[in-house]
Design a protein around this ligand. Sequence first.
Ligand SMILES: NC(=O)c1ccc[n+]([C@@H]2O[C@H](COP(=O)([O-])OP(=O)(O)OC[C@H]3O[C@@H](n4cnc5c(N)ncnc54)[C@H](O)[C@@H]3O)[C@@H](O)[C@H]2O)c1
Length: 249
Amino acid sequence: MQRFEKKVALITGAASGIGRATAERLAREGASLFLCDVQQEGLQATVKQCRELGAEAEGHICDVGQAADIQATIDACTERFGGLDVLVNVAGILTLERTEKTTLETWERILRINLTGTFLLCQAALPSLLERKGNIVNISSTSAISGLPYGAAYGASKGGVLALTRALAVEYAKRGLRANAICPGSVKTPMTGRSGLPDDPDVSLLQRVLPLDKPRGPETVASVIAMVASADGAHVNGESIRVDGGTLA
Ligand SMILES: NC(=O)c1ccc[n+]([C@@H]2O[C@H](COP(=O)([O-])OP(=O)(O)OC[C@H]3O[C@@H](n4cnc5c(N)ncnc54)[C@H](O)[C@@H]3O)[C@@H](O)[C@H]2O)c1
């Protein structure tokens, strides 16, 4: 399938996990890729892999938590590829800790990267996306739908991503732009490998968010992102799609 032939996609969080898998999936489907992350080494590995798959791919260091980086990133993408068709906001961080121990600094950092970063990228990309009647895919989380114990800040940031996505979908639908959210859960990535729980967690609280079936890899999210972002998703707008093996069904 070459659903992204002549299409330009910008993906944040492309150095690892779901972002990398999405880059590889879109590369296989013919996209030109502008790949962003804060991790230089991982980013270069993704760029190399996408080029080996036959795609034009450019790596760009962008900290989505720094407002000053955002417009420069969109400008660099449109300068390199002449425009933008698909924006996939994947970059994110997870901290799990008891709510009474969550500092204002942690709360603000998570909100800034996961929610404000997503908002700023959407905002800066809008002129280019509207010009090409493109679309946005934002990565939310099952924690936006069902309470994640020890994840108040993370869940709040991802709930914000859902609300932001729906607002964009309604506000810009008549101008030909779509915006959708994906809610992964139980996806095996470096993030899930390192998300430490607080000391002495109440495991009974965690039962409800354990995978119903089994964890799967980030390619299972990338394939859904690709469908939604392609012409196959032409009538999908303002939707949030759980990709969690049925855990929250
Ligand atoms: N893995 C899961 O089960 C799961 C579940 C729900 C939601 N998600 C979401 O999916 C997205 C990808 O997560 P993943 O599991 O692939 O984790 P990951 O840690 O493998 O990838 C996250 C990427 O984001 C990048 N990043 C972090 N902060 C950044 C910043 N300030 N600017 C730019 N890039 C930054 C990291 O360097 C990394 O490459 C995240 O938004 C995460 O919240 C993952």
